[in-house]
Design a protein around this ligand. Structure first.
Ligand code: GLR
Length: 419
């Protein structure tokens, strides 16, 4: 019954452009871990998650304990992950740094193994992951153009395809290039980088250039409640939603009380235990799920049901990622009717990949569900070896405490909350 014979965890590093956020600038390389669940019938399931040292240590501790289990035994696999993560925590509590609770550590450790097992299940049965998740509610998944203020290229490296974007004109030019190339029908700007007045001007410029595209602004909680209220008032009727203008559920609730602009989050509600307070305070209108830390594809579907129950809209968050994660995101969104907002993805910024080309493509800003069994993507073993070699050579091993890959440049590191 598709029994796991080996679990291979491979850390990779791949090129990442100098995207700016409230914490600084992306480093030249992003890290991910690629998981291969190798089964006795020749099936290999693929998963992908974060690649910094603490995550990697956890994945490597879990991998051998899954040998001998069926890929269909997801509850057993989850229990095994929980036992291992608890053991790791007991021996070395620092390994759980950054996780608010052990259960969140378990959920994020379990997620890539769940994806790999669902991929293996699908390959063994000859069906797609979307079919294992309840069947397609949509055949193609809309994504938003994810705009960033950015330098032209990392120092010493050639400029990337999208050039610099350091002012409203640059942002509009980037949006035009993205929309032209991929056909996106929604646009999100990562803010919190420049003074809010300038970011409001950028959104107005986007509105002028793209009168029909829903627009989102996300400063990663860089603003005070007062500033958030000011931005919301300025952009009332312009934004589809304002994402994480200010930190915390209480702060978001304060902003929500005075604006009609829908507020979204992937920062103040990041675990099931955060939902009751957010609902009680009426703090958010939209939640961005992310299977990497909400505990996999099936728990994101459970989350979707909860959001529906409480009248919260569902969108999808992303960090810099590769094609295995994009495929998982597409299957999840396709199988989840409540996930009605265009999803985030960093994929257009990604120039390297570990999956063979062809299965994942943008058509009019959407990604059709891959047709092959499982996730519908196949590993490119040469690319995996190359990006693993890059990992060994690039010297980057961890994200900072806020979860960002960054090199702080003082002039691009505004004091958080001072606006
Ligand atoms: O709020 C978000 O959408 C994110 O945190 C996504 C990424 O981490 C984004 O901020 C980035 O890549 O700089």
């Amino acid at each position: 019954m598709t029994i796991i014979r080996d679990v291979v965890v491979t850390p990779v590093a791949f090129r990442d452009p100098p995207l700016l956020n409230a914490a600084g600038v992306h480093q030249p390389y992003a890290l991910r871990s690629v998981i291969q669940v190798v089964c006795d019938d020749g099936v290999v399931g693929l998963g992908e998650t974060y690649g910094d040292d603490s995550v990697l240590a956890r994945l490597r501790a879990i991998a051998p304990t899954l040998v001998g289990r069926s890929v269909f035994d997801l509850n057993g696999i989850r229990a095994t992950v929980e036992a291992v993560v608890s053991g790791v925590a007991a021996r070395d509590p620092d390994r759980l740094t950054g996780e608010a609770s052990q259960s969140r550590a378990v959920l994020s450790a379990y997620a890539p193994f769940e994806v790999a097992c669902l991929d293996a299940q699908g390959k063994a049965l000859g069906v797609r992951v979307v079919d294992l998740l309840g069947g397609p509610a949509r055949d193609t998944v809309p994504f938003a153009a994810y705009l960033f203020y950015k330098w032209g290229g990392h120092p010493g490296e050639p400029p990337d395809a999208f050039g610099p974007a350091l002012d409203p004109d640059g942002v509009v030019a980037q949006a035009r290039a993205m929309v032209e190339r991929y056909g996106f029908r929604s646009i999100k700007l990562k803010g919190g980088v420049f003074p809010p007045e300038q970011e409001v001007t950028a959104i107005r410029a986007l509105r002028k250039a793209f009168p029909d595209h829903p627009l989102r602004l996300d400063p990663n909680a860089a603003w005070t409640v007062e500033t958030s209220r000011w931005v919301a008032a300025e952009l009332d009727g312009v934004l589809e939603y304002l994402e994480d203008p200010t930190p915390g559920i209480a702060g978001m609730a304060d902003v929500a009380r005075t604006t009609r602009v829908p507020l979204a989050t992937n920062m103040c509600v990041v675990a099931f235990e955060h939902l009751p307070e957010a609902v009680k305070r009426d703090a958010i209108d939209v939640l961005l799920c992310d299977h990497h830390y909400w505990g996999g594809l099936r728990l994101c579907q459970a989350l979707a049901t909860m959001c529906q129950t409480f009248g919260i809209g569902l969108s999808m968050h992303s960090n810099t990622h590769l094609g295995i994660s994009l495929a998982a995101m597409v299957h999840l969104a396709a199988a989840t009717p409540a996930l009605a907002y265009a999803c985030d993805t960093h994929y257009p910024w990604t120039v390297d990949d570990v999956v063979q080309p062809g299965a994942l493509r943008f058509v009019d800003g959407s990604v059709p569900v891959p047709e092959g069994p499982g996730l519908g993507v196949e590993l490119d073993h040469d690319a995996l070896a190359h990006l693993h070699d890059t990992y060994l050579r690039c010297g980057i091993r961890r994200r900072d405490d806020a979860g960002y890959m960054r090199t702080v440049r003082p002039d691009f590191a505004p004091p958080r909350g001072s606006w």
